[in-house]
Design a protein around this ligand. Structure first.
Ligand SMILES: *Cc1c(COP(=O)(O)O)cnc(C)c1O
Length: 377
């Protein structure tokens, strides 16, 4: 099976982890700060706050944005449930907004229409690794006095008009799940230029414990809010630091593989790749195609390709259609027609840096056959 995503661990990673395991620190130690500094530097932000996973990063960002009971936060329909859930954790209300048909990114005009006087923040999702229209979203956030949060879990290493994702929103969130660009097994980070927000998030990940007046030689601390244990361990940060050294080579490999797919699929009737804006560097986390329903049935294509041992997948069921979100938000079919129509056609093809040109060839051949001979399924 060629999986849709796959991590890569080399000897240097193993050695880094072993060294951390043999050190004085297993959880909060010097590698946490070192990893925070390294990621923040890589993405052009002043501060990084490492947390247990990408979902915790989104939760910390929503708390830092000051979202309170009843506040609204604009989120795009085409995303993973965690984007909306991070708002729900704080008692806020995710307002699900439709995406543009070419890239499946939050539509800035629809986002503007969805803003009310209860809106506190906008969450932009760089779907598949394509940066959102940060200029338009920034302008909207500034105009309406909103916090701009980037769910950049797909977009480590992407740039928009020459500026890195991570430096474009007030708070940007990354995930280090093994399916993402680099991994810490589980892990996440929020990056920001706001030192006060970073300090608040460092407390939030550690039970909102405030050391009394910054004194070191004291047992005293106070719990100043409802915090969590969202700490990322020193051992995991050792792995993250080692993985980060490979990010640029992996981004280049992903770009090459995506270019191969683009070229090969241009000739396949009924299959269209998602559009890429001219002024971005795509991070190519996912390679998503649309299967034209008039040419072939996406479910049949999915099943035929799985039978060929191609690990295709579908990202995502629009978030407003999950049973939980329908129940608590009162959403349903028809709310976001562009995302819903896309959901009937999208298919994620395997993409990870260790794939070979032969692997791409196998995927393309399987897809081509599945689309042209639907009866095979
Ligand atoms: C992976 C991902 C998350 C959650 O990250 P975890 O580390 O799995 O908690 C959130 N949003 C998006 C868009 C993601 O792809």
């Amino acid at each position: 099976m060629i999986p849709y995503a796959r991590h890569a661990i080399d000897d240097a990673d193993v050695e880094a982890v072993v060294e951390a395991l043999r050190s004085d620190y297993l959880t909060t130690g010097p590698r946490v700060e070192a990893f925070e500094r390294a990621v923040a530097k890589r993405v052009g932000a002043a501060e990084g706050v490492a947390v247990a996973n990408g979902t915790a990063a989104l939760h910390a960002a929503v708390r830092a944005a000051g979202v309170r009971e009843g506040d609204e936060v604009v989120v795009p329909a085409m995303t993973f449930a965690a984007t909306a859930n991070a708002v729900l954790f704080e008692g806020g209300r995710p307002v699900v907004v439709d995406v543009d048909p070419d890239r499946l990114l939050l539509d800035p005009d629809l986002a503007a229409e969805a803003v009310t006087d209860r809106t506190r923040a906008i969450m932009a999702v760089d779907y598949a690794g394509h940066p959102c229209d940060y200029d338009a979203l920034r302008a909207l956030a500034e105009d309406r006095d909103l916090v701009l949060i980037a769910d950049a879990c797909h977009a480590l290493g992407a740039t928009h008009r020459g500026r890195p994702v991570g430096s474009l929103a007030d708070l940007s969130c990354f995930s280090f799940h093994p399916a993402k660009h680099i991994t810490t097994c589980e892990g996440g980070m929020v990056v920001t230029d706001d030192a006060d927000a970073a300090e608040a998030m460092r407390q939030f990940r550690n039970h909102c414990m405030d050391r009394a007046h910054g004194e070191r030689d004291t047992w005293e601390y106070e719990v100043t809010g409802l915090g969590w244990n969202y700490r990322l361990s020193d051992v995991q940060c050792a792995l993250g630091l080692s993985q980060l050294r490979k990010l640029d080579a992996w981004l280049a490999a992903r770009r090459d593989l995506a270019a191969r797919y683009d070229k090969a699929l241009a000739a396949v009737e009924g299959v269209a790749s998602l559009d890429v804006a001219p002024d971005v560097e795509h991070a190519h986390h996912l390679y998503v195609v649309r299967v034209d329903g008039d040419v072939a049935d996406r479910r049949a294509v999915f099943e035929a390709m799985r039978a060929d041992d191609i690990g295709v997948n579908v990202h995502y069921l629009p978030v407003h259609l999950h049973p939980h979100h329908r129940r608590v938000l009162g959403t349903g079919p028809g709310d976001c027609p562009v995302a819903e129509a896309a959901y009937e056609e999208i298919l994620t093809l395997p993409l990870h840096p260790q794939m070979t040109d032969d692997d791409v060839g196998r995927v393309v051949t399987s897809l081509q056959q599945a689309v042209s001979e639907p009866e095979r399924a």
